[in-house]
Design a binder for this molecule. Structure first.
Ligand SMILES: Nc1nc2c(ncn2[C@@H]2O[C@H](COP(=O)(O)OP(=O)(O)OP(=O)(O)O)[C@@H](O)[C@H]2O)c(=O)[nH]1
Length: 312
């Protein structure tokens, strides 16, 4: 597998300790089970955007977790779901492709609700793969002990050979045991990334995602899935960083909603994203947003590739 070196990472390789393990783990699961929240919890910083809207994750992101004994390269994959349009097909394809090239698969389930037909679809997919599978039951903070025991029993019956780990990605409870189990299953090997690297995501993509995250939080219905963000300019301007971005929508009615009354919605999106970006740069950010109508961008392969949503 080709390992991209993240932009701006200083290459300070540490000698590999004896008995060190390293490898790739794919996070597989239905939309909204908490894959991105878990990644952020494990690496201790925001590397993936999250939202209550299903199908938030569009790109395959590598988050890197280095412990004393292992380095885990975690692939966040878009949620597996039934595709409805070209973008949906690309998302499912990316998730399926991830499974073929990793050392371990972590199948994530929403452990706060009973198993449904969508979960069965994922479990069936898991039966077909040769790598070791761990089953992670997330959102344990939302369930009482009795309910938790019943849910665990139903998943154990459905996939008896996979070790099962209940945890909460928001509180962090149960995550250490999960990491230890994943690390155990990796082959012996050296560090693949310098210690301290937490993501391979290009900076521009992270910035675009931070804007899209605000759109997901602040808008409703058809808007979230019709939006794509492109960073047009990124420059240092004295002590502050200037970011110019275009927010693409599919219809002019959506443009109106995004801009809002007297520009109020766009302002709120910009403020929220700017605050997040200031954390990334650890300094002031000037952010300018434009909204542009690009009819049917989700159906256009060229556009999808330009935005980084490649079917691999
Ligand atoms: N209470 C609770 N909520 C959680 C937990 N983990 C995730 N969530 C919430 O579940 C929602 C979805 O989480 P994400 O991390 O965006 O889910 P995802 O699987 O990456 O979603 P997609 O990008 O759609 O595939 C968000 O509102 C999270 O805050 C958890 O452990 N407990």
């Amino acid at each position: 597998m080709q390992i991209p070196i993240p932009n701006g990472t200083e290459l300070q390789w540490t000698p590999t300790p004896d008995g060190f393990r390293s490898g790739f783990v794919a996070l597989i699961g239905r939309p909204n089970v908490g894959k991105s929240t878990l990644l952020n919890q494990l690496v201790g910083e925001k590397v993936a955007i999250t939202s209550p809207v299903a199908q938030t994750t569009r790109n395959r992101l590598r988050a890197i977790l280095t412990t004393e004994t292992a380095q885990l390269v975690l692939l966040d994959t878009p949620g597996i779901h039934k595709p409805h349009h070209l973008l949906g097909e690309r998302l499912v394809q990316t998730a399926r492709n991830s499974i073929g090239e990793v050392d371990v698969v972590l199948a994530l389930m929403d452990g706060s609700v009973p198993m449904g037909r969508g979960d069965q679809f994922v479990l069936d997919l898991l039966q077909q793969i040769r790598q070791p599978v761990l089953l992670g039951l997330n959102k344990q903070d939302l369930v009482a002990a009795q309910e938790q025991a019943e849910l665990i029993a139903s998943y154990q019956a459905a996939l008896p050979l996979a070790p099962l780990f209940p945890f909460s990605a928001t509180s962090g409870e149960g995550c250490a045991a999960l990491v230890a189990a994943m690390a155990e299953l990796l082959p012996p090997g050296p560090m693949l990334y310098p210690a301290g690297t937490i993501s391979d995501q290009p900076e521009r993509l992270l910035l675009a995602e931070l804007i899209r995250e605000q759109v997901l939080h602040l808008t409703r219905e058809e808007i979230p899935h019709s939006v794509a963000v492109q960073i047009e300019r990124l420059e240092e301007d004295g002590p502050r960083t200037a970011v110019l971005a275009t927010v693409m929508v599919e219809r002019s009615s959506q443009k109106g909603i995004l801009i809002g009354k007297g520009g109020a919605m766009l302002k709120a999106i910009g403020t929220g994203a700017r605050l997040q970006m200031q954390k990334v740069f650890d300094g002031p950010v000037y952010l300018e947003l434009f909204v542009k109508v690009v009819p049917h961008w989700r159906q256009k392969p060229g556009r999808l590739a330009e935005l980084g949503y490649q079917g691999e």
